[in-house]
Every structure is written in C-alpha cells, then in structure tokens.
Write a protein that binds this ligand. Structure first.
Ligand SMILES: [Zn+2]
Length: 392
C-alpha cells in the first residue's frame, strides 16, 4: 500500500486575514471573476473587506447569498450563478454548510475553490469532501472530490466574534483526531485517500491533541472575551488545520461512528457534531480498554472547556433500551469507521461502552464538579444561521 498525504494547497490564518484574501488568491494564480458564496453574517461582517482586498488585487467578483442548506438544489443555484457571472473561482465564506456547498459546486464545474470559515466548529474546511442534505436538512450523501481546496483562509478576528460554543464543538471534533488516527495507523487502515498514513499525518494528529490540552481553556476564555490571543490562534489551527489533515490523511474510527449512531436519537439533534463526537471519544477509549489515566486526562479536558461527559449532556439523560440498541446498531452498520478498530466490534459491545462512558463521566463529575457550562441545547435555527454543518 502506498502512503498518501493530502492537504489544501495553501493555508493562511491570522487576525484580519480577510484583508489579504485578494493578495493570497492572486499569488496562487487564482484569477477573477470570482463568485463568493456567503451566509448572512459573513456578508455583513466581510463585504467591505472583500471589496477593498479583491479590487486591490484586480479580482472582480459577484456575490451569491447562501440559501441555508447544502442541498442538491442549492448546489445547482450556485453553479448557475457561477455560469451567469463567468466565474473562474468560487469562494465560500461562512460555516460548514456554506463551505461544503462552495466545494461541491466548484468540483462539479472543475473550478478552483477558496474556503474562508467564519467559525472553527469542525475540521471540514481543509478537506476534500462535502456532506449533502435534502432541502429539509436530512443527510443525503458524502461527496468526495479529486482535490482539497486551493486556499483555506481563516480570519481569527472573525472567529473571535463567533459563539464560544461553536469553538468548543470544534474542540470536540479535534479531540477525536489523535485517537482515531492512532487506531487506524496501528491497524494499517487505508486513509480517506485510499493510502496508508504518513508519519507526518500522525505527528500532526498528536500535535492537535496536545494543542487542545495546552490551549483549549485559554482559547475559550479569549473567545468569551472576543479577543484574539496566541492561544486562540493555536487552537483555531488545531481545530481547522491539524484536525482536518489528521482525519483525512490518517482516518476515522469508533468515535465518529458512535457520533453517527447518536444522530439516530432525536434528542441529540440539539447538539453540534463535535459535541457528539466528543462523547464518541469517551466511548472509543472505553471500547479500546485504554488506561484510566488517559480517560481521566480526556475527562478533565472535556470538563474544563464544557464538552459532554455524560449521556445527559447530549440530551440522552433518560435513554431507554430501544434507543440505545438503535444507536449501537447504527454505530456498527456495515461500512462504518468503527470497523477500523483492530478487533471485531459488535452492537452489544457498543451499547455497553456507551453506558460505561456515562457512568465514568458521571463519577468524574461527582468527584470534581463540572466547571464550565457552555453546553445548552441550541435552536436549529441558530445552527443554520451559523452554518455549522456536521463534518465527516
Ligand atoms: Zn468530525
């Protein structure tokens, strides 16, 4: 098996990075006209900066207001707008769903794509895949593209204005990266590109985990104060770049499969992708029989930043046997990444581990108290507004 590592062609991050968007595009040979696909809040925050930056670089552009869902019909609308404006590059600016839509349209039209995430809530922006939904918001398909974005540009001044809970959700997604990557590498599993992992991808995944432990709490305080600090910069890089490269070039395992199982329980729909993934990490560590010291380290981190520790924290305080079985069946469905674990995983093992994780998390809370309360069920409309799409 060949080793394969994939990544965006360029990753640019920093305070007020949007002011350099035109320059970065021009330096990569990305010429206008551009079509910018953006959500409402991205437009109000960034339209003036786009005007200055792109005109200084001689890039003409037009704007497509995002319709709210990464669906086939929205992808078609973006493609039609790109055609009308003779776009030669597509720029997505907003949450995960906006970026997923921009990537999908660009891939269909064989155009380069630029991703400008305005939240750091998942590791999707650097990846070469989209999650497509129906117009009603029901999962439809994963789309995997030939190549990763040409440019990912992250403006930490904009991230600092986003809701803290979304940054914490991104930490939950990033928390899984190292554990899933390590499991895949130990089992010689093919990564998202069909190759073996590289040392580089595994090292980045480990750096991702260390950055969460070192900077997660400080970064949360920064975003709660709406300021950019070095800790926030490092944490945003971990959520966006390190986690993205780690999962795509090393692979996913139990934690994301548990997430997929949890989505079958309606009460969890109030919670973000990364929040459910974080619970999936606890379940994975228990399934794998990891030492107590590691579990305690993960629980301490999760507690400190306000990630879920128990079933009640993801809306499943009174989980009945039927729903638990449904979650476990879905988590172990054929083709799920839980089968990347180095041993056979049955639905029964998963339902036991889900219960055990809850007991461990509850005991930890009783002994330590739950320090931060960032999680509270959000409204679906908030999610759509922020465009925080579930990622792979
Ligand atoms: Zn994810």
């Amino acid at each position: 098996m060949l080793s394969v590592f994939c990544s965006p062609s360029r990753y640019t991050q920093g305070k007020n990075a949007t002011a350099s968007l035109g320059h970065e595009m021009a330096s990569l040979g990305l010429e206008g006209p551009a079509l910018i696909v953006a959500g409402r809040s991205a437009i109000s925050l960034l339209s003036e900066t786009w005007r200055c930056s792109l005109s200084a670089a001689g890039i003409s552009y037009s704007l497509h207001r995002f319709g709210g869902e990464c669906s086939l019909s929205e992808i078609e609308r973006v493609k039609a707008a790109a055609g009308e404006n003779r776009a030669r590059v597509i720029v997505g600016a907003g949450g995960g769903k906006v970026l997923d839509t921009a990537r999908a349209a660009a891939a269909d039209l064989n155009l380069p794509v630029v991703n400008c995430p305005t939240v750091a809530s998942s590791d999707a922006p650097c990846s070469a895949l989209s999650v497509v939904y129906t117009d009603e918001g029901v999962f439809q398909e994963y789309r995997i593209y030939r190549k990763n974005p040409d440019l990912v540009l992250v403006d930490t001044q904009i991230i600092a204005q986003s809701p803290p809970r979304l940054l914490v959700a991104g930490m939950g997604d990033a928390l899984a990266t190292w554990f899933e990557a390590k499991t895949c590498v130990e089992g010689s599993i093919r990564n998202m590109r069909g190759g073996a992992s590289t040392q580089s991808a595994l090292a980045l995944a480990e750096l991702c985990y260390q950055t969460l432990l070192n900077d997660g709490a400080e970064a949360l305080r920064a975003i709660q104060t709406r300021v950019v600090t070095p800790a926030l910069e490092r944490l945003v890089e971990a959520n966006t770049l390190l986690s993205g490269l780690g999962f795509e070039s090393s692979g996913l395992a139990a934690a994301h499969a548990i997430h997929n199982g949890l989505t079958t329980a309606p009460p969890t729909h109030q919670f973000f992708h990364g929040e459910k993934v974080a619970y999936g990490v606890l379940v994975q560590l228990i399934l794998e029989g990891k030492p107590r010291s590691l579990l305690m380290q993960v629980l301490e981190f999760a507690s400190e930043v306000g990630l879920p520790l128990t079933l009640a924290d993801i809306g499943l305080g009174d989980l009945d046997r039927d729903m638990l079985n449904r979650i476990a069946e879905r988590s172990t469905a054929k083709g799920e990444t839980i089968h990347n674990e180095p041993f056979e995983v049955t639905a029964e093992m998963v339902s036991d581990a889900i219960r055990a994780a809850d007991a461990t998390g509850s005991a930890w809370k009783q002994n330590h108290g739950h320090r931060v309360a960032v999680i509270s069920p959000g409204k679906e409309s908030d999610k759509t507004m922020q465009g925080a799409a579930p990622s792979a």
